[in-house]
Ligand binder design. Sequence first.
Ligand code: SF4
Length: 142
Amino acid sequence: MIPGGSSVPVVPAEIIMEANMDYDSLRNAGSAVGAGSVIVMDETTDMVKALERLSYFYFEESCGQCTPCREGTGWLYRIIRRVNLGRGTMDDLDTLLDVANRIEGRTICALGDAAAWPVQSFLKHYRHEFEAKIRAGQARAA
Ligand code: SF4
């Protein structure tokens, strides 16, 4: 579940089911109230594909004024797309976190953080899905 719209960290069911929908509880759960626009995904959701879609949104919405966001959102989107298409490598996952960490807190407006947090949280909680997609792609190419 993403409790506050796409710009706040995703939280797995086992954590969010124990949380209340208030500022302190969601902060303790590792996310935020944000815009309050709750996104719920079930076990059939492809989390790599979901993150690709979110990253494309922030890539498209970046106004380009500050370098970390202008360049970083494009890098995030392109790498996640590559992983989703089965052409990624395990190193790509570390690069994604590196890029997201270089955007977070280094931009003029909140869109930079909003682009970084989904990437950080998806990889924190669902890294195994990204790794599985990479391994499947490598197996097809072998
Ligand atoms: S962080 Fe905000 S101001 Fe900076 S490039 Fe992104 S959208 Fe523009």
